[in-house]
Ligand binder design. Structure first.
Ligand SMILES: Cc1cc2nc3c(=O)[nH]c(=O)nc-3n(C[C@H](O)[C@H](O)[C@H](O)COP(=O)(O)OP(=O)(O)OC[C@H]3O[C@@H](n4cnc5c(N)ncnc54)[C@H](O)[C@@H]3O)c2cc1C
Length: 565
């Protein structure tokens, strides 16, 4: 292995100026001039990592002799074991226990912990973003394996990008856990009954596996954690699961899905079927048909969208996924392969497209690695075929549903099976030991309610309001300056004995909220949305920094305040 690492180490990269004089210089690794066969894997999830692991095993001799190089580009230097992510919400396993360093899993692979910016199929090279310095990295390849998965995208969905929490990555699980603990903290000291109700309402949209597992863990956690708060009663907590279909878990046989649904309801989850999430505001989940649920915690596990890099590829696609042939190679691009959630792979046995699951991504990865090895050696490639072993979904608190080799199991036995199977599949012995210990302790210890304050200063954010919603109230502390991106708001002032008087209406390009920020006083008026409105909000610190260092901006706001007074 040592020789391989040395061969791959970017020993003498040299830099040349970019063709664009204004652009950054470009760093070339020894890959660019290499005589070796360069296999480049994009993505370090189930598909990418298992491709690398299998290639290292199959091409041991070629790697040792320096005839082959394997490279993997991933945004993070770890791979996430997503099936266990829901357990991070409740803290029944530690945050770091769901991830494994890629370097440990594939020590013979050169890892580029970078974002990928562009895949150029015509020039057969990939551009990785600049790291600490300002240099992009061009990575040429002989074989390319695309394993970029899909992404959660709220684009085009009313207020979701601003106010909903996604649930796909490790950071999402941590953010959700922190949000839940934060809302419990706030609810414990909140006097206003309506605000308290919204704080204690948790909404999850999406009744597939990840939504159901997330809602089950969230429900267990908030109800158990509430015991540690002096002023919270478990009966005040409301956990809602929204699902578009008539039955949750459509991936499972109906009897198991019904079992899961009944169990969640028995544990206090309000399951709302045939209900679609339409949008979100800071205070509410908006449902199709105009209904709204007041909440401060909305999680959306839908929709998954193609990775933007995949969407930009000039190749054949089906439902946004890359179409591959029976060997998992792109029909019009030889030696370019795709696996996992981003690939449209037809199973040679069933003729059906492989579903986007971890077990399929892993098997496709092995098939691609074998086919790359076969094409290097001139031996026949094999067609992809895999009979899924089964499907399992955890329902939290010692219950699960599973269909294994056609046998349906539910309850405690399924839960035991779920834990055993996933513990075995979790990569790395150290992680296995940690998770097994966490699970054991979790059976006897109360849930951890520490809120990790990892939020970076926000600076600027977007907010969405539906017609008639209050952006802020007269008398509130003013922490944000708002710019109207689209829509209309009205500014209202309380007049003693006469109620609220309309001061003005503001539309796109106009701003409000500056008086409280400049004078460090409470809000002098109430602002309410007239139409659906999208706002850009700049926080106090960012505003003060600009205001004090940019005289023209200061002049503008001073004039504005004077005029408005
Ligand atoms: C909460 C949750 C629970 C799940 N539970 C199960 C389960 O129980 N069983 C099951 O079979 N499946 C489960 N799945 C689905 C399973 O995780 C996916 O099918 C699987 O991860 C797909 O693997 P992949 O390699 O195709 O993509 P991914 O695992 O998504 O990996 C893609 C990788 O590409 C990287 N990447 C993407 N874009 C870039 C870029 N521009 N630059 C650099 N790197 C980039 C990402 O960082 C990521 O590491 C679950 C999914 C979720 C979200």
């Amino acid at each position: 292995m040592q020789e391989v690492t040395t061969a791959w180490a970017p020993a003498r990269p040299y830099c040349r100026p970019s063709s664009n004089p204004a652009g950054p210089s470009v760093c070339l690794t020894d890959m660019e001039t290499s005589e070796r066969t360069r296999i480049l894997i994009l993505g370090g999830g189930f598909g990418g990592v298992h491709t690398a692991i299998t290639l290292e095993r199959l091409l041991r001799r070629e790697l040792r002799e320096g005839r082959v190089e394997i490279g993997l580009v991933n945004r993070e230097n770890y791979t996430v074991f997503q099936p266990m992510l829901p357990e991070v919400i409740s803290g029944s396993i530690g945050l770091l226990d769901t991830i494994t360093p890629i370097r440990r899993l594939c020590p013979g692979t050169n890892l580029y912990t970078r974002s990928i910016e562009c895949i150029d199929l015509a020039r057969r090279r990939v551009t990785a973003a600049a790291g600490f310095g300002s240099q992009q990295r061009f990575l040429p390849y002989d074989h390319l394996v695309i394993a970029l998965g899909n992404v959660t995208s709220f684009a085009g969905q009313l207020g979701l990008a601003e106010h909903a929490l996604p649930f796909k990555y490790l950071g999402d699980a941590l953010a959700l856990r922190n949000r839940v603990i934060h809302t419990l903290e706030e609810a414990d000291i909140e006097q206003d009954a309506a605000v308290r109700r919204a704080l204690l309402t948790f909404v999850v949209a999406g009744g597939g596996f990840s939504g159901v597992e997330a809602v089950a863990e969230l429900n267990d956690f908030v109800r158990a954690a509430a015991r540690s708060f002096r002023n919270l009663m478990r009966e005040e907590i409301r956990v809602v699961l929204l699902h578009v279909g008539p039955l949750i878990l459509p991936e499972l046989p109906a009897s198991l899905a019904r079992f899961a649904q009944r169990l969640l309801m028995k544990r206090g989850v309000e399951v709302r079927l045939n209900t679609r999430l339409h949008g979100a505001t800071a205070d509410a989940a908006l449902l199709d048909g105009g209904a709204r649920i007041a909440t401060r915690t909305l999680v959306s596990t839908v929709p998954s969208m193609p990775n933007p890099l995949v969407a930009a590829l000039d190749c054949k696609k089906e439902k946004g996924r890359i179409v591959v042939d029976r060997h998992l190679e792109l029909p019009d691009h030889s030696q370019v392969w795709a696996v996992g959630d981003c690939a449209w792979a037809i199973d040679a046995r069933t003729g059906e497209p492989a579903p986007p699951t971890a077990q399929h991504a892993t098997r496709e990865a092995r098939c691609v690695a074998e086919n790359i090895a076969a094409s290097l050696r001139g031996t026949p490639k094999r067609a992809f075929s895999f009979r899924a072993l089964g499907k399992m979904g955890s329902l939290g608190h010692r219950s699960a549903v599973a269909e294994v080799f056609g046998v349906k199991i539910s309850g405690l036995l399924a839960w035991w099976l779920w834990r055993t199977v996933y513990l075995m599949k979790l990569p790395g012995l150290d992680r296995k030991l940690r998770v097994a210990t966490d699970w054991t302790l979790d059976l006897v210890l109360p849930p951890d309610i520490v809120q990790l304050k990892t939020d970076k200063p926000v600076g600027m954010r977007r907010e969405h309001f539906e017609p008639g919603e209050t952006v802020f109230r007269e008398g509130d502390r003013g922490d944000w300056l708002y710019v109207v991106v689209d829509g209309e708001v009205e500014v209202l002032k309380e007049v003693p004995g006469r109620g609220q008087a309309l001061l003005r209406r503001l539309g796109p390009g106009e701003c409000f909220g500056e008086i409280a920020l400049v004078s460090d006083r409470a809000r002098s008026a109430t602002v309410r949305s007239v139409t659906g409105v999208n706002l850009l909000a700049v926080d106090r610190e960012a505003f003060q920094a600009l205001f004090s260092s940019l005289p023209p901006l200061r002049g503008f706001f001073e004039q504005l305040i004077e005029a408005r007074r």
